[in-house]
Ligand binder design. Structure first.
Ligand SMILES: CC(C)(COP(=O)(O)OP(=O)(O)OC[C@H]1O[C@@H](n2cnc3c(N)ncnc32)[C@H](O)[C@@H]1OP(=O)(O)O)[C@@H](O)C(=O)NCCC(=O)NCCS
Length: 147
């Protein structure tokens, strides 16, 4: 799919964060039954929020934050009707570029839902801990990407 316009803002006092939140609510709260009180957390306040727009429609999102000099990605989501069209791959490409060039990150950590591990492997991540972590009732493994 051509023409996704990626935008980034820092923290929550802006319209883009609400576009991200709308996607996160659809995907994580409504589809995956994550409690809304867990979906929004303290990291939102210190995160770079990324939204991909197709024309004016917000279709995918993620957040990036730095904690103790480590770069973390999370809340990676593509709205359902745009999945399996390589939007996720394009989002990851944007996150790589932004994290490396704008945030000087050399590696990225992600807590990957088990069903999405192959998606992240396709995009260069490797599992760094085989232990399954249950976060918001969803099973995850920790993965790392060298940028
Ligand atoms: C995971 C997610 C972001 C992938 O987005 P997408 O736009 O459907 O992915 P793409 O179309 O870019 O697929 C890229 C590749 O990953 C593969 N892939 C996509 N989703 C996959 C999945 N759930 N499991 C295994 N492989 C997957 C595709 O087959 C494709 O492989 P290819 O490049 O070899 O053809 C999307 O399914 C999603 O938003 N899921 C719900 C939210 C979620 O679980 N996020 C992950 C949180 S850790």
């Amino acid at each position: 799919m051509e023409g996704i316009d990626f935008k980034v803002v820092f923290n929550v006092d802006n319209k883009l964060f609400f576009d991200a939140l709308m996607i996160r609510k659809n995907v994580f709260v409504d589809e995956q039954n994550v409690d809304i009180t867990e979906e929004i957390d303290d990291y939102d306040d210190k995160a770079y929020h990324v939204v991909g727009y197709l024309l004016a429609e917000p279709i995918c999102c993620a957040r990036i934050y730095i904690d103790v000099n480590k770069c973390y990605w999370g809340r990676v989501a593509v709205i359902k009707k745009y999945r399996k069209k390589k939007v996720g791959n394009k989002l990851i490409e944007f996150l790589k570029e932004y994290s490396k060039k704008e945030l000087s990150a050399s590696e990225v950590i992600i807590e990957a839902q088990l069903h999405s591990i192959d998606f992240y492997k396709n995009n260069g991540f490797e599992i760094i801990d085989e232990e399954i972590k249950v976060i918001s009732n969803i099973e995850h493994k920790t993965m790392k990407l060298v940028l």
